[in-house]
Write a protein that binds this ligand. Structure first.
Ligand SMILES: [Mg+2]
Length: 196
């Protein structure tokens, strides 16, 4: 019997194409504030321990955190999500359905807590979401077993009664399965509507 639902954020609840749109405005801010651009920026980011994502881009949130530009980052993010819709269509309906049957809902993500909370606030999801969990809590990302161990302990979870819903076959499915979590792999965003 499933009683806790753990949702990934990017490409599960929200459309991560927002980050492609955010990229140039944030790089512009980084340039304005630090003078870093092009190869100089790449070198500095690597020195700060960052790595480019599968799209060949820096994670702009992580980049800004490491450069001390988080306020500027959230200013740009809020500006953009004020005009670009990013929440997938089925989210509210699914959340309401799961809450109505007494489920507990968590958002479990590699994004910073403040980013997750930005979307929760923007889309009034606070009544549905019981907790969020991020690298700020775990000290590592989802590809690290410790992320899941710390999540289980912090939220007192019994993995057997938890369902993880996510788009990443490794981080949302294979790794958490090692701990006994049940999982649903979303192949397209519309699959979200079938979660029950
Ligand atoms: Mg994802």
């Amino acid at each position: 019997m499933i009683n806790v639902y753990l949702f990934d954020l990017d490409d599960t609840l929200i459309d991560s194409r927002i980050y492609a749109k955010l990229y140039q405005p944030v790089l512009q801010v980084v340039k304005d504030k630090t003078g870093l651009t092009g190869e100089k920026l790449d070198k500095q980011a690597r020195l700060l321990g960052l790595a480019k994502n599968k799209y060949g881009r820096w994670d702009t949130g992580d980049l800004c955190r490491e450069l001390g530009l988080l306020e500027e980052y959230y200013k740009e993010l809020n500006k953009l999500i004020a005009i670009v819709p990013v929440l997938h269509d089925a989210v509210e309906k699914v959340f309401r359905k799961l809450k109505n049957k007494g489920g507990r809902i968590g958002i479990v993500s590699n994004s910073q807590s403040r980013t997750i909370n930005t979307y929760v606030l923007k889309y009034n999801l606070g009544d549905y979401v019981d907790f969020i969990f991020s690298p700020d809590d775990a000290g590592c990302r989802k590809d690290d077993d410790n992320y899941w161990k710390i999540l289980i302990k912090k939220e007192k979870l019994n993995p057997e009664t938890c369902l993880i819903i996510g788009d990443n076959e490794q981080e949302d499915i294979k790794i958490p399965q090692k701990f006994g979590f049940k999982t649903v792999h979303l192949k397209t965003p519309t699959d979200l509507g079938t979660v029950q």
